[in-house]
Structures are given as structure tokens and as C-alpha cells.
Design a protein around this ligand. Structure first.
Ligand code: PEP
Ligand code: MN
Length: 362
């Protein structure tokens, strides 16, 4: 794909990492939209102003956005603060209305990017129009679906395309509103290296107090930017009240972020890093040899169980392993969660090997 670099998007002269999109979840009143923008415009770090005009709400009877009249308010924001403005579009009417009001940039939400019919319609409506578009990840953790949505927009001739990582729906209650599953945007970056990826810690965390850590994590993973929901009075917000922060809080979070460089040409640093990495490679090779040996023994046990007509899974034995490892892990600074994950995966692989040998004829 020939996607333009963020600095050639023509939105602002000089977009430094992190590109920052900020503004309320929803446009509520003209006063709120303009006052928030005035506050945000005082902060040089803010590159683009956001506000949702049409709100995709999970259940009916919630606040569904102010509709097209809010576009007029965004137009005023642009005139009064010079901040480029963006909003969410979910169908062709939204696209045409936004273009009519001179909205500078569009984003496509997580419920829409999950729907190829809607994506195709939006892409058709954008043919021949030169506007930047960000595509949020679909609510399901499906990288192909996300890439498909990006391709549809790109194939419509849009060269200023970006992705926004906003986390993935999950049935289980966790500390996050939407699970980050960082490996998915990371894989997106390796599949489409030129696409800028922003993270949306507001919708991932769902709580204002998680925004800083999630933002720092996104920066440490070399994401290009952040989209953060900002409200003058978060508690009174008509949507996503729990995750919005004030413009002042936003400023202090951004100032606190440590922005690390992905690359250096300092030869000494490079050399030391290479040395440490080669040590990691050696250890990884050792891990692999250990795993290979473990699987061989597991296969022997499989044959033995087969001969003596025993089941593969013996819960007591498994509990012994896992509790023993959790205890030993704690002494070595490896968390219970990590031990659980690693040893469950190893145990599963052993079971697979045993199943294979048991299936084979003698
Ligand atoms: C939003 O940005 O306010 C929004 C509705 O986001 P998402 O599509 O990520 O849920
Ligand atoms: Mn929101």
C-alpha cells in the first residue's frame, strides 16, 4: 500500500509523535463543543479535535448524538481555533453530511469496521474524495476483518489512511472495558508497515485512571499517536462519562509520557543492545531444546499409559505441576498469571503429543 506519512496529511504543519486527537466522546451542545475546543487549542500537543455526532449505542434509548446540527458546531471550532476537526461516520449519509460541512478527517467506528457491507458502502461514497480516514479495529479480535476494512477504504483511492486500536469486546469482566490484545495491532503493523496506528486508551480502559498507563504502553510499542476523550465536566457527560478526562488532565498525562525513540545510530548503544539480544537468542534456543526434550518424555509417558490403559489427563498430576510452579515462580519473580499461561500452553502441547502417540498403531 502507498499510504502517506502522517506529516504529509496536510492537517497541521508539524505532527510530532504522538499525534494527538482529543475532544469529547459526543458533541452535546454548541457551548460544550466550542469551550472544550478552546481549552484544547491552548495545548500545542493537540493536533486534531474529535467529537461524535452520531453515536452508535449498544442499547436503544441512550443518547444517540445530536446529528447533523453538531457538524455546524465543528465547523465553528475549525474557524475559531484552527484545529482540524474529525467525526465518526457509519453510513453514506454521514459521509455526505460531513463532507458538506468541511470536516477535515473521518473515523470509522468499531461496530462499522466489523461490517463489510457498511465498509463497502462508505468506501464507494468516498471514491474520488481526498480526505484522511482512520479505521478503528472491529469489536471482534479479527485482524483480517480490520485489514479488509482498511483495504476497502484504500481501494477507494484514499492515501491518507490510518488505524486506531481501541481494544476488543470480551464476555468476561476484566479491568479493561475492551481487551487491548496488543499483539493484534502489532501484527497489523508488520502486515502493513506504512500504516500509522494510534491507540485509543479511553475505549480500551473505559476508566479515566487507566489512560496514562495505556498511553505510555502505546508509546513504548511505537504507536504513532493517541485518541483520547476529553470533556469539560466528565461526570456530566452524556456518553462514556467514566472514561473521559478534562483538558487539564489530558495536558498533564501527555507531559508525563516518556517518548522513546525506536532507533538510534549511537554505535555503543547498538553494540550493547546486540550483545544482550544475542544472550536472549541463546536462552530462547535453550528453551526450545528443553521443550523438545519434554515432549519426547511426554510421548514415552503416552506409550506407557496406552500399554497400561490409563487416561492421558490426570488432574491430580496437573495440579501438582501448576501449584509447584506457581510457588517456585514467585521466588524467581515470575507472576502467577505468567506461570499459568506458560505452563498451561506447555501442558496442552504435551497432551497433544501424547494423544498422537496413543492414536498410532503399535
Ligand atoms: C467513539 O470513539 O466514541 C466510539 C464510539 O468508539 P468505538 O467505535 O471505538 O466504540
Ligand atoms: Mn466514546
Amino acid at each position: 500500500m502507498k499510504i502517506k506519512n502522517l506529516n504529509n496529511w496536510g492537517l497541521k504543519n508539524d505532527i510530532e509523535r504522538p499525534m494527538l486527537i482529543a475532544g469529547p466522546c459526543s458533541a452535546e451542545t454548541e457551548e460544550q463543543v466550542l469551550q472544550t475546543a478552546r481549552e484544547l487549542a491552548k495545548n500545542d500537543n493537540v493536533d486534531v479535535y474529535r467529537a461524535g455526532i452520531w453515536k452508535p449505542r449498544t442499547r436503544p434509548n441512550a443518547f444517540e448524538g445530536v446529528g447533523s446540527r453538531g457538524l455546524g458546531w465543528l465547523k465553528k471550532v475549525k474557524e475559531k481555533t484552527r484545529l482540524p476537526v474529525c467525526t465518526e461516520v457509519a453510513n453514506t449519509t454521514h459521509v455526505y453530511e460531513s463532507l458538506k460541512y468541511g470536516i477535515d478527517m473521518l473515523w470509522i467506528g468499531a461496530r462499522t469496521s466489523a461490517n463489510p457491507f457498511a465498509m463497502q458502502e462508505i468506501a464507494e461514497a468516498l471514491k474520488g474524495i481526498d480526505i484522511p480516514v482512520f479505521i478503528k479495529n472491529p469489536i471482534t479480535p479479527d485482524l483480517e476483518l480490520w485489514i479488509g476494512a482498511i483495504e476497502r477504504i484504500y481501494n477507494a483511492g484514499i492515501t491518507r489512511v490510518g488505524a486506531i486500536h481501541r481494544g476488543f469486546s470480551n464476555y468476561e469482566k476484566t479491568m479493561y472495558r475492551n481487551l487491548p490484545q496488543w499483539q493484534i495491532p502489532i501484527e497489523l503493523k508488520s502486515r502493513i508497515p506504512e500504516i500509522p496506528i494510534l491507540s485509543d486508551p479511553s475505549h480500551i480502559g473505559g476508566k479515566s485512571e487507566l489512560i496514562y498507563d495505556l498511553s505510555q504502553q502505546a508509546m513504548d510499542l511505537n504507536f504513532e499517536g493517541l485518541m483520547i476523550e476529553t470533556h469539560l465536566n466528565p461526570k456530566a457527560a452524556l456518553s462514556d462519562a467514566r472514561q473521559q478526562i478534562t483538558p487539564d488532565e489530558l495536558a498533564s498525562i501527555i507531559n508525563k509520557l516518556v517518548i522513546r525513540e525506536p532507533m538510534t545510530d549511537d554505535q555503543r548503544v547498538l553494540h550493547e543492545l546486540a550483545e544482550l539480544r544475542s544472550k536472549i537468542n541463546i536462552l530462547d534456543d535453550q528453551l526450545l531444546v528443553t521443550l523438545e526434550q519434554r515432549m519426547k518424555i511426554a510421548e514415552k509417558i503416552g506409550l506407557y499409559k496406552k500399554k497400561h490403559n490409563l487416561t492421558i489427563l490426570q488432574n491430580k498430576r496437573w495440579e501438582e505441576i501448576i501449584y509447584g510452579m506457581i510457588k517456585k515462580g514467585a521466588e524467581k519473580g515470575i507472576s502467577r498469571l505468567a506461570i499459568n499461561r506458560i505452563f498451561k500452553a506447555i501442558h496442552q502441547e504435551s497432551i497433544n503429543h501424547q494423544t498422537e502417540v496413543m492414536k498410532k498403531d503399535n
